[in-house]
Design a protein around this ligand. Structure first.
Ligand code: ZN
Ligand code: ZN
Length: 722
């Protein structure tokens, strides 16, 4: 028998398999989708069995061993991987590896194994009762009495000499059993009853004949309950459900709501788990012990065999697109999987992406709208503050109105959230004498001062230096900090409201495992009055006592040179506003900006998604951006500025010469940050409509640049940012 094996070795962008002979003793165990260990040159490599064949034209070596008892990728996933690799022009093996938890990857030397524990139980009840009446050992009596009451107990609960003695007398026996590191109780709460609006939406979803449904429900309208009802029905029909949520909102809040009802039918997959925990959760799915998976992006690959529904919550979230290779988008993957399983995809959001909403307007997706908040809570009042006016009065960080409102909420013992999408203490450091700005030595980007650690840090390459006061350029002036980050907001609020209890949530305060949950729980139980954070705090969280949300600077995203900056600003403000007044207490949102007339800020203020959509879609049409055109982003990088630029020009010339009529080639231009970690970056943007034609063009470009060791070409189809 001969098998084709896809080995774990990088052949640039290509899928290449190698044939091997299977020794006759292993033939019975060969199945497509299992992994094998094979000789490769002088190395031993891991690979997936892709094909079984009768003969091969080459002289072949034998495989060394079979790794898996059962195939870890089924036929559906093997084929899905091929489609993803083709569309995203990436390596097939990298796609297969993204489908599996880290513990399964050969390159990561983990020794993760199922956790096995030993139980002891009685061999015979009458026999043990007899023995119990005879023995004089108190410890033996204790053990036997325990087992008479409880059938089995953990072996290591008792002293080993006691266990040994009873084992040798054949009074007890031992048994090994696998236990999961995450264990759920088998309890079941009733589903909450739906209100009439939710019922109507649920029925519309169930009766729709379309494969993809866009559920556009305002924040607090109760989308989660609808998800739970849909999933409930799916599992009652003996099918399986996948719920994707953005990584950041995988909080204990949402998980406990699902576990309270579905109890031990759920596996959870996210980066907050240890590798061993994730390995266990994955095995629950493989063994068919659970029928629901809740997880971040990669959970879309959960190896279910009979999917009934895939729900993607906060579908506009950028976390569904992987920003490194393979650069797949979980929404596209979900649609492909559901097509295979004849199941429905539900995309839920209060602020759908422009592309998704456009597709529903065109009739490709079913549009279901939910416009009322579940418990009749009112939408918060939103006030826009023009910071140009405040600056005149000497207020550069907080407007008067924001401070008055914070004071008022503190007196009423209500809670406040303050959002600023910039971590650290200040944005940049500038010399008061020569005007030079302190930059990272490896990147073309300013260093950010972090007061807590006393360091200046680069947010791109991780470079850090001790804080300096004197200017390193003129050696005379003092370095002054400009711009504000979350650390500074925390410090200023502490000065103004010394008695308030403050929490800060950003990458710097949540790097330890479990710290994210800890902050949320502290705030939830009102152990703090004010939560300051980056956009981490804008999503999915539900704090009933929050009645004031302040956006310190709405311009941080608006000023990015990206066609999606208005959309992202609208989403951020809407989502953040959604945190205020979710209970019967009325909420207020204060947005500070230097662009008070900007349309995205004003539509967000009026909670007017459709108004924003209508305005934005016109701009997209005029400028030929998605959804009217798809985009391919080509990033060319290299160590030498001139060589990289010249090669970029050659690539652009080739594309312009060989493009089809519906393509537009722009660039090369320098990337937003032109140098990161001493590598120069250039970009070319190709707008296109025909997926087949762009693949042909890009595949040719890959072949042309493949052997050029001076530069690297990286391709992102439909990137999430430019
Ligand atoms: Zn200076
Ligand atoms: Zn850097």
């Amino acid at each position: 028998m001969i098998i084709s094996v896809l080995v774990e070795i990088k052949f640039k962008q290509k899928e290449k398999t190698f044939d091997y002979i299977v020794p006759s003793v292993m033939i019975d165990k060969i199945e497509i989708g299992k992994r094998v260990l094979v000789p490769f040159g002088k190395q031993k490599l891991e690979g997936f069995i892709i094909e079984i064949k009768e003969k091969s034209d080459y002289e072949l070596r034998e495989i060394i061993s079979i790794i898996d008892e059962e195939p870890i990728l089924n036929k559906e996933l093997l084929n899905l991987g091929k489609m993803i690799a083709k569309e995203n022009l990436c390596n097939l093996i990298s796609v297969y590896q993204s489908m599996l938890p880290k513990a399964y990857k050969a390159s990561i030397k983990t020794n993760i194994k199922p956790k096995v524990v030993t139980f002891i139980s009685l061999t015979d009840k009458t026999l043990s009762k007899n023995y119990l009446s005879k023995t004089k050992s108190v410890k033996q009596k204790e053990l036997i009495t325990d087992l008479l009451n409880k059938n089995k107990e953990l072996k290591n609960k008792y002293e080993s000499y006691v266990v040994r003695s009873l084992l040798s007398k054949n009074i007890i026996k031992e048994e090994k059993e696998e236990v999961y590191r995450i264990y759920d109780k088998n309890e079941c709460e009733e589903l909450r009853k739906l209100n009439p609006y939710q019922t109507e939406a649920l029925n519309k979803i169930k009766n729709s004949e379309k494969d993809v449904i866009l559920l556009n429900g305002i924040t607090g309208s109760g989308k989660t309950e609808i998800y739970m009802h849909l999933i409930n029905e799916v599992i009652q029909n003996n099918k399986q459900a996948i719920l994707l949520v953005p990584e950041i909102s995988l909080t204990p809040q949402i998980i406990s709501r699902f576990k309270n009802h579905f109890s031990n039918k759920i596996a959870i997959l996210h980066s907050g788990l240890s590798n061993a925990e994730r390995y266990d959760e994955y095995r629950k799915i493989l063994k068919g012990e659970v029928s629901i998976v809740i997880g971040a992006r990669s959970a879309v690959f959960a190896p279910f065999k009979n999917i009934g529904i895939i729900i993607i919550d906060e579908e506009h979230s950028t976390t569904y697109k992987q920003d490194h290779n393979p650069k797949y988008n979980a929404i596209d993957v979900a649609i492909k999987r559901c097509k295979y399983h004849n199941a429905k995809v539900i995309l839920g959001s209060a602020t759908p992406s422009i592309e998704s909403y456009a597709r529903s307007k065109k009739g490709y997706y079913e549009l279901v709208e939910l416009g009322k908040r579940a418990n009749e809570a009112k939408l918060p009042k939103v006030k826009i503050i023009d910071m140009k006016e405040e600056i005149k009065c000497g207020n550069s960080i907080f407007s008067r109105e924001l401070l008055e409102n914070i004071n008022d909420r503190l007196e009423k013992k209500e809670q406040i959230m303050l959002l600023l999408n910039k971590r650290g203490y200040s944005s940049y450091l500038m010399c008061s004498n020569c005007g030079e700005v302190l930059k990272c030595p490896n990147c073309d980007i300013t260093l950010t001062y972090h007061k807590t650690s006393g360091m200046n840090r680069c947010h791109y390459c991780g470079y850090a230096q001790n804080k300096v006061d004197k200017c390193p350029f003129c050696k005379q002036g003092e370095l002054k900090s400009f711009g504000i980050g979350t650390e500074r907001v925390e410090e200023e609020i502490k000065k103004i409201f010394p008695n308030s209890r403050i929490l800060r949530m950003d990458i710097d305060t949540t790097s330890k495992k479990g710290s994210h949950e800890k902050i949320i729980n502290l705030f939830m139980s009102h152990k703090a009055d004010i939560l300051i954070g980056t956009q981490m705090i804008s999503k999915g969280l539900d704090f009933p006592l929050v009645t004031l949300v302040g956006v310190i600077n709405a311009d941080t995203i608006l000023n990015l040179p990206d066609f999606r900056s208005a959309e992202k600003t609208f989403q951020l403000i809407s989502q953040t506003s959604g945190r205020a007044g979710r209970s019967n207490l009325e909420g207020k949102v204060i947005i500070q900006t230097f662009n008070p007339d900007n349309y995205s800020i004003n539509y967000a203020k009026n909670h007017d998604y459709i108004g924003f959509y209508n305005e934005e879609i016109k701009i997209r049409k005029n400028l030929k951006y998605p959804p009217y055109f798809f985009i391919a982003l080509l990033k060319i990088s290299g160590k030498e500025f001139n060589i990289s630029l010249n090669e970029s020009k050659k690539i652009s010339d080739y594309a312009k010469k060989n493009k089809s009529e519906d393509m537009i080639v722009l660039g090369p231009s320098v990337s937003n940050v032109s140098r990161i970690n001493n590598i120069y970056y250039f970009q070319i943007i190709i707008k296109f409509r025909n997926k087949e034609k762009i693949q042909e063009l890009l595949n040719n470009l890959i072949i042309i640049t493949e052997n050029n060791s001076k530069i690297n070409l990286d391709i992102d189809i439909n990137p999430i940012s430019l």
